[in-house]
Design a protein around this ligand. Sequence first.
Ligand SMILES: Cc1cc2nc3c(=O)[nH]c(=O)nc-3n(C[C@H](O)[C@H](O)[C@H](O)COP(=O)(O)OP(=O)(O)OC[C@H]3O[C@@H](n4cnc5c(N)ncnc54)[C@H](O)[C@@H]3O)c2cc1C
Length: 404
Amino acid sequence: MSGSAEGRVAELVERLLTEHDPRTTPEREFWGAQFDLGLAWVEFPEGKGGLGLDPGLQDIVDQRLIDEDAPLNLLHNMLGVGMAAPTLIAFGTEEQQRRLLRPLFTCDEIWCQMFSEPGAGSDVASLATRAERDGDEWIVNGQKVWTTMAHRARWGLLLARTDPEVPKHQGLSYFYIDMQQPGVDVRPLRQITGEAEFNEIFFTDARIPDRQRIGPVGEGWNVAIATLMNERVILGRVGKLSGQEGGVIRHALRVWNELPSDGRDAVRRDELLRLWVESEVVRLTTQRSEAVRAAGTPGPEGTLGRLMANEHQQRVFAFIVNLLGAGGMLISGYELRRPDRIGDVALIADDAIDYQKGFLSTRGATIGGGTSEVSRNIIGERVLGLPKEPAADRDVPWSEVPRS
Ligand SMILES: Cc1cc2nc3c(=O)[nH]c(=O)nc-3n(C[C@H](O)[C@H](O)[C@H](O)COP(=O)(O)OP(=O)(O)OC[C@H]3O[C@@H](n4cnc5c(N)ncnc54)[C@H](O)[C@@H]3O)c2cc1C
């Protein structure tokens, strides 16, 4: 990381803040200016929201914007900013990058990501949604599930099967699809807290122009891996940007300090201290995996910090609802809402929090973006170099693999 690059980024952030006062500039205008100055993703090429610099320098931008209480787009368009954009930079065409990146960053166009299906979650490569070629277009039929923010999305990243006669990983292609066209039916899926952040999607003869394919036909799996590696990184960045850098342990400390003195017994104090130590280990592990990420493309190391952070969150919220006694069983409301942004179900940026909803919503943290068991497999195989799990269907054409 060179001093002059740091200086250049710092200077550009000051220019952004001076020319576009975050207190008075409309959000989308502010994000547009941030993009135009190359401060959207500093590692991207110039003219495409970046400056062609070390990705670690993005921290300078993020921290300064947090300090100034500037609007942050990540929670409004996390799948776009955190996953679609790096995928487009790595695999998209020049035309796709020029057309899509700016409206994505300004949140004029929200994105969702459609990998999971009723019969394909952890083993997403076995998915069944078909895309069949019809001249310059593809016709899509099938079903996706758990699609976060699809109800707000203009575009969806789509992994679909284009060749069922080859082994599962080889017959996939990757597209982006217009979510507002006929043939795409988005239905809410209500979660344990009452809200519906995610959806199920039914495709009936939906159409995608071939120019909306990302990467070569049959190589969708490689593109999907890049998206998923970025997902693991972005979930960590969300915590940082939404003011949760102190970690969820601060909520436990607050509840603890508000307890009557006879509620603060030695056994509970012991548990609180154990969780506090754990939160420090999570913080340092996340820092370590961020340092690896800052040195280049995100790899499997990000999985480590994310796995620890998610399991830690669950333990902290379980501790909090226990401290609250019978009150811990009461939820503040159960209305069906379809939120405009991710993460406002319980973890509210201004630090006001519904602990019971926090407890419930963190149940999903060890499932979404890959379950804890699958994360442990990734760490075992790709970080520690342990032997791979046996896979009987790896070399068999997808059409010949039995499925329910
Ligand atoms: C809050 C939330 C948001 C989500 N958002 C999206 C989204 O926007 N887009 C999207 O495409 N998907 C999304 N998902 C879906 C998510 O990616 C899947 O739920 C996840 O990959 C697990 O798949 P599954 O639910 O089908 O479980 P399964 O794969 O059926 O797993 C069931 C159980 O078996 C275990 N298991 C499976 N395989 C193995 C193995 N090889 N070794 C050991 N144990 C194993 C799992 O750990 C789990 O405990 C979201 C999920 C959640 C909870």
